[in-house]
Design a protein around this ligand. Structure first.
Ligand SMILES: [Zn+2]
Length: 284
């Protein structure tokens, strides 16, 4: 770490030591786990347009192609392991330094690292929801059904997006067989918030309440490009709550932040709250 980053990290370390920190994480936290961030500087620009809720629900051909791509993409997302950033957040939570973990990611890696009570603003790709009866089922179960229904499907994705949507030629997609809900024959969808869909109100309410009660809002790996994340920063500023950002590259939160650390998360985060003796009184 260069000297400026060392000094900035020391400041953030002091804020962590005070406790009451709420984490808001984005795609940049998961890039070290092999999940690309299509908005950040480390990721390639996203190819193709993301699936919208309107297209998914109204166009059966688009839906078939989506499921074929998502079935492939899951091999990357489902096999990803938490990195040092996720492990750091889980460690801070165990030390009693955090009062909330909110994420824009749909990869479940905070929980895989041991974090508890994570507010998943955009849902989780490991869950499947039936749009007709609302039943929630495990992704693994659907993977088995899709694999059995598509014994000839051996396509290889040319690239993968963080929303689990792989890039693939349409010709390869159209032979894919989609399976319906086991309970009602309805349409299945990953339990994630698509473009054009709003985040469920109860999650937003919980997240705002956590931010308002925080001593520090710490943004990890988000460029805050979309309002879905930026609104929490704006709320924190309005409430006079300290905002810190650790992100690789420029973020749109910079004008509002008390501290911005532009450095790799995998270098900065493991060094924070590393002196556990110092925090023992908080953790009890
Ligand atoms: Zn159903």
């Amino acid at each position: 770490m260069d000297l400026q980053v060392v000094e900035q990290a020391a400041r953030l370390d002091g804020w962590l030591a005070e406790g009451g920190v709420v984490i808001l994480s984005g795609a940049g936290l998961s890039t070290d786990s092999g999940i690309p961030d299509y908005r950040g500087p480390s990721g390639s620009a996203r190819r193709g347009t993301p699936m919208t809720y309107q297209t998914f629900t109204s166009d059966p051909i688009a839906r078939r192609r989506y499921w074929a791509r998502s079935h492939l993409g899951w091999r990357t997302i489902g096999g990803a392991r938490p990195n040092d950033g996720h492990l750091s957040v889980a460690r801070w939570q165990r030390l009693g330094l955090l009062s909330g973990v909110i994420t824009q990611n749909v990869d479940g890696l905070h929980q895989a690292a041991g974090a508890r009570e994570v507010v998943e603003l955009h849902g989780n790709l490991a869950r499947i929801v039936c749009l007709d009866c609302g039943e929630l089922t495990a992704r693994d179960e659907l993977v088995a059904r899709l694999t059995a229904a598509n014994p000839e499907f051996t396509a290889v994705a040319s690239s993968i997006n963080p929303d689990g949507d792989a890039e693939l030629d349409d010709a390869e997609l159209d032979g894919f067989t989609v399976v319906p809900c086991r309970s009602c024959d309805g349409v299945l969808k990953p339990d994630v918030v698509y473009f054009g869909e709003t985040v469920p109100a109860d999650r937003v309410t919980t997240a705002f309440a956590q931010v308002e009660a925080a001593r520090t809002l710490l943004i990890l790996g988000s460029s805050l490009t979309v309002m879905s994340g930026r609104r929490f920063v704006l709320r924190a500023v309005k409430e006079g709550i300290r905002v810190a950002i650790v992100n690789r590259g420029v973020t749109r939160g910079e004008p509002y932040a008390d501290l911005v650390i532009d450095a790799p998360l995998g270098v900065v985060l493991p060094n924070l709250a590393a002196d556990t003796d110092k925090y023992r009184f908080i953790a009890g």
